[in-house]
Design a protein around this ligand. Structure first.
Ligand SMILES: [Mg+2]
Length: 253
């Protein structure tokens, strides 16, 4: 856990306790980055013969980390979901001086990629124990995510994550994160007060700033030690968050 500089007293901030927890899904609960890297490798190996394994690794990471900045354009309604994926693939090919795929080849590629990536979706190891702890404390939880609700519900189920009665997608509340609307919709469906609801995510802007602007208590999950969200309570993993919530509950008893 990073130094909190004595500015964040978890127990004090929580006052009468935590009423609920809302989570980001991608790269907070589900290890989407690893799934994307694995699927990308499997789908370009034959196409990019002659490219060194080191450069393949770099472009796979760039694709997964969206070096093209395409997902924001999807959220802004400028391109489709498949369109943003194509922009990321085109950039990867360009980085190794390779011609982009034709439209038809891309559509076949995208179909193969989608099948592989879905098979690779899995939660981080600390997720199931954390959700079990929340349930044991009677704390309800849900998800607020920047992708279509039906797709994200399917992702949770395929990742073996049940118990999410509340799932807010980018299409559920009329605007994606960091707009306050999806956070407030999550609290409303969870029937919790925003000021007593934790929002747990890995993106400093969409998750941390968005949740804080909506009046929730943001928790930044910094799995890769990026130290990118200075304002929020930061944890390295959900095991640390379980311990913090446990302490906060004990301090109220
Ligand atoms: Mg995320």
């Amino acid at each position: 856990m990073r130094e909190l500089g004595n500015t964040f007293d978890f127990s004090t901030r929580l006052g009468g306790g935590i009423e609920g927890v809302l989570f980001d899904i991608d790269d907070t609960l589900v290890d989407l980055r690893s799934a994307a890297i694995d699927a990308f490798h499997a789908m370009v190996d034959d196409l990019l013969e002659g490219v060194t394994s080191e450069r393949l690794r770099l472009i796979a990471e760039d694709f997964a980390d969206d070096g093209a900045g395409a997902y924001e354009r999807y959220m802004a309604g400028e391109v489709t979901f498949l369109g943003q994926r194509q922009l990321r693939l085109n950039r990867a090919f360009e980085l190794v001086e390779h011609k982009p795929l034709s439209e038809q080849s891309y559509l076949r590629w995208a179909e193969g990629y989608e099948t592989l990536v879905k098979d690779s979706w899995k939660p981080f190891d600390d997720v199931l124990p954390h959700l079990a702890a929340l349930s044991s404390w009677g704390i309800p939880y849900g998800a607020v995510s920047n992708n279509v609700e039906a797709y994200q519900r399917m992702k949770l189920v395929r990742s073996g994550l049940s118990g999410f009665a509340v799932v807010i997608g980018s299409d559920t509340a009329g605007a994606p994160k960091p707009d306050p609307a999806p956070f407030l919709a999550g609290c409303s469906q969870l029937q919790t007060a925003p000021g007593r609801t934790l929002y747990v995510g890995d993106n400093p802007i969409n998750d941390v700033q968005g949740a804080e602007n909506a009046g929730l208590i943001a928790i930044f999950v910094d799995r890769e030690s990026k130290h990118a969200a200075q304002s929020a309570l930061t944890v390295s993993n959900l095991e640390q968050l379980t311990a913090l919530i446990g302490q906060s509950i004990n301090s109220l008893e």
